[in-house]
Design a protein around this ligand. Structure first.
Ligand SMILES: NC(=O)c1ccc[n+]([C@@H]2O[C@H](COP(=O)([O-])OP(=O)(O)OC[C@H]3O[C@@H](n4cnc5c(N)ncnc54)[C@H](OP(=O)(O)O)[C@@H]3O)[C@@H](O)[C@H]2O)c1
Length: 199
C-alpha cells in the first residue's frame, strides 16, 4: 500500500517504521523539510511536502497536532482513507478542547468530505510502536466507510496489533473522551489499565 504521513514527529516515525517493515511504501512530510528528511531516512521512508505525500496515497495518517488537522485535511484527495490519531485534549489533564457534540475526527471529515476518515491509533503512546515485535494492543477504530475500515484494519495488523471496529464516526467523540480519561489517569500517577475491568 502507498501510505502518506502528514507530520514527521513521534507518531509519524513510530507507525511509519512499522509500515515500512511490513512492506508498505511510506512518504512523510511535516512543516520542516529538514526534519522530514531526517525522520524519513531513519525509518526507510521517503520525504516530501504534505501535498506531495498525500497525492496518490491509498491511506493517509494525520500525525499532526489536533488543532491543525482539519486545516491539513484540505489537502486530502477524494476517496483516500484517512487515519486520525489526534487527541484534542489539554496536555496532562485530558479535558477535551472541543465543544460538546463534536469530535476531531468529525471536523476532519467535514473539512475533507470526499475522504474517508477513521479514528485510529489515538489511545497508545508513540513508543508503543517503537520496536519490531507484535504489540499486545487492541486498536479501536471508528468510521463510516466499510472499505476504509478494512484498510485501517490492515494497517493496524501491519503495525503488529489487533484491530477492533467500534462503530461509525458518530462514536469518535466517545473514543476521544476515552483518550482524555486515560491521559488524565496516567498523568495523575495511576495505571489506566487498572481503572477498567479486564473483562
Ligand atoms: N506522541 C504520542 O504518544 C501520541 C499518541 C497518540 C496520539 N497522538 C496524537 O498524534 C498526533 C501527532 O503527535 P506527535 O506526538 O507525533 O506530535 P509531534 O511529535 O509534535 O509531531 C507533530 C508533527 O506535525 C507537524 N505539523 C504541525 N503543524 C503542521 C501543519 N500546519 N502542517 C503540516 N505539518 C504540521 C510538525 O511539523 P514540524 O516537524 O515541521 O514541526 C510535526 O512533524 C497528535 O495529534 C497527538 O495528539 C500522539
Amino acid at each position: 500500500m502507498r501510505i502518506g504521513i502528514v507530520g514527521s514527529g513521534a507518531m509519524a516515525a513510530a507507525l511509519g517504521h512499522r509500515w515500512v517493515r511490513a512492506g508498505h511504501t511510506v512518504l512523510l512530510g511535516g512543516r520542516d523539510p529538514g526534519r522530514a528528511a531526517v525522520t524519513a531516512e531513519a525509518i526507510g521512508a521517503r520525504a516530501g511536502t504534505p501535498a506531495d505525500v498525500v497525492a496518490g496515497a491509498e491511506a493517509v495518517l494525520l500525525a499532526v497536532p489536533s488543532a491543525v488537522a482539519a486545516e491539513v485535511a484540505g489537502l486530502l484527495p477524494a476517496g483516500v482513507t484517512v487515519l486520525d490519531p489526534t487527541n484534542p485534549v489539554t496536555h496532562g489533564i485530558g479535558v477535551l478542547t472541543l465543544p460538546p457534540g463534536t469530535a476531531a475526527a468529525r471536523l476532519i471529515a467535514t473539512a475533507a468530505p470526499h475522504a474517508h476518515v477513521v479514528k485510529a491509533f489515538h489511545l497508545f503512546p508513540a513508543d508503543t510502536w517503537a520496536g519490531t515485535e507484535p504489540v499486545p494492543a487492541t486498536v479501536a477504530l471508528c468510521g463510516d466507510d466499510p472499505a476504509a475500515l478494512r484498510t485501517a484494519e490492515t494497517l493496524v495488523r501491519a503495525a503488529g496489533a489487533t484491530p477492533a471496529v467500534f462503530g461509525g464516526l458518530d462514536r469518535a467523540r466517545q473514543l476521544e473522551e476515552v483518550a482524555g480519561f486515560v491521559i488524565g489517569l496516567a498523568f495523575g500517577g495511576h495505571d489506566p489499565r487498572a481503572a477498567v475491568p479486564g473483562r
